[in-house]
Write a protein that binds this ligand. Structure first.
Ligand code: AMP
Ligand code: GLY
Length: 417
């Protein structure tokens, strides 16, 4: 099978590695890719945000399947353009990608599908905003309706901040605060059938102890030793299956990766958000543990051939990934600094994200520069491997969190005290 993967981040590097492990794979092409991906696949300098460039490349290469990594091309309709050209694609249509592209749309689908989520108001006027904040109280949760690359959500007790954030966007969703640990749980869907992956946890705040601003994600781990034993089954029943059924009933089937961001509240599972693609960096801990061959699985999803009876096969090991971020990330990341020490990394996988090659030197070119994944018999060994590896890497001014999977790696008794 010939596969074309679209994207250039750590998520795509992990996808490329997992696709390569599938014996069915004959050729792996990535557009645009990055210097790490170029070590394991053929990269093409194509603009992922140009539907026509992506379609042209897919046709020229004669690929059997296109896998879309990031959300922007999906919301731009790249999957529609590829399907129109007769090419199988793992990724939802522009209409189905509105589950990520519009918070209000996602809320409507959840309401119609009976999926548990925070009570909310969609507001387009100042009067509606004020009334919603009054009705729901603190902490205030204010979300811009459209794609915002992680910057659209403010959670605050400060009413003025909540109002200021709300006034920045013509349409906002104001919702009830959900209290409880967050879990990312992904489903792979062919439009009618959806298979749940194992859960992962992402660390969204930039600094240790969940301090500082929200980011795209500073690290992740899987599995979750503390999560309820039936979390996968319950998420399938309460969230993933009804959402897929509702999208189908609306005539906009969701084919691709449905990312459910959940809060496990005292009242039960609640959806915080949907995304229409693999999470970054959750993918960097999930795919290294997935034994099911990925290229065939995504092809089955793209061609309506998943079976309800199919199950995913997971390695029993644990995985921890830590993001190495550029100085100033997420506010104003400093780019263009040399990355050193990669040759001394052992016992861990370095997934490249914001990186570029210049005159043979590897330089930082994005806020999240590398994601380093350790896999081990438990979270504690997986953490040690990831942290030992990251300590060998040099990048001036860079920073990372030291507490990824820390609490979860402690023995149950300690964790609960
Ligand atoms: P989102 O982009 O919707 O995932 O929101 C980003 C982050 O804001 C989430 O990962 C949560 O940490 C936080 N957040 C969003 N919605 C809520 C909510 N209703 N209650 C509490 N925290 C939330
Ligand atoms: N890690 C959060 C996301 O991918 O949206």
């Amino acid at each position: 099978m010939k596969v074309l993967l679209i994207g250039s981040g750590g998520r795509e590097h992990a996808l490329a590695q997992a696709l390569n492990r599938d014996p069915i794979l004959e050729e792996l092409h990535v557009a645009p890719g990055n210097p790490g991906i170029a070590l394991i696949a053929k990269c093409h300098p194509v603009d992922a945000d140009s539907n026509s460039e992506v379609v042209e490349l897919a046709k020229e290469l004669g690929v059997d399947l296109v896998v879309i990594g990031p959300e922007k091309p999906l919301v731009n309709g790249v999957a529609d353009a590829l399907r129109k050209a007769g090419i199988a694609v793992f990724g939802p249509s522009a209409l189905a990608a509105q589950l990520e592209g519009s918070k209000d749309f996602a809320k409507q689908v959840m309401r119609d599908a009976g999926v548990p989520t925070a009570r909310s108001f969609t507001c387009t006027t100042k009067a509606e905003i004020v009334a919603a904040l009054d009705a729901l109280g603190t902490p205030y949760v204010v979300k811009h309706d459209g794609l915002a690359a992680g910057k659209g959500v403010v959670v605050t007790n400060d009413r003025q901040l909540a109002l200021d954030h709300a006034y920045l966007s013509p349409c906002v969703v104001i919702e009830e605060y959900l209290d409880g640990p967050e879990v990312s749980l992904f489903g792979i869907s062919d439009g009618t059938t959806i298979l749940a992956m194992q859960p992962a946890q992402d660390f969204k705040r930039v600094f240790d102890g969940d301090l500082g601003p929200n980011t795209g994600g500073m690290g992740a781990y899987s599995p979750l030793p503390w999560a309820p034993a039936d979390i996968v089954e319950q998420t399938l029943i309460q969230v993933l299956k009804p959402t897929i059924a509702e999208m189908n009933a609306r005539g906009t089937p969701f084919i691709g990766l449905l990312y459910a961001g959940l809060a496990l509240t005292k009242q039960g599972i609640r959806v915080i958000e949907f995304n229409a693609r693999f999470g970054d960096p959750e993918t960097q801990v999930l795919l290294p543990r997935l034994n099911t061959p990925l290229a065939k699985l995504l092809y089955q999803a793209a061609t309506g051939a998943l079976k309800n009876s199919s199950t995913l096969d997971w390695a029993p090991e644990s995985a921890v990934t830590v993001v190495l971020a550029a100085e100033g990330y997420p506010t104003a990341p400093k780019l263009g600094d040399p990355i050193t020490g990669l040759e001394s990394v052992e016992n861990a996988t370095v997934f490249y994200a914001g990186t570029t090659l210049k005159d043979g030197s590897l330089l930082s070119s994005g806020g999240r520069v590398l994601t380093i994944t350790g896999v081990g018999e438990n979270l504690s060994t997986a953490r040690s491997k990831a942290y030992e590896a990251i300590s060998k890497i040099g990048l001036r001014g860079s920073h990372y969190r030291h507490d990824i999977a820390l609490t979860a790696s402690l023995p149950q008794k300690v964790r609960e005290n």
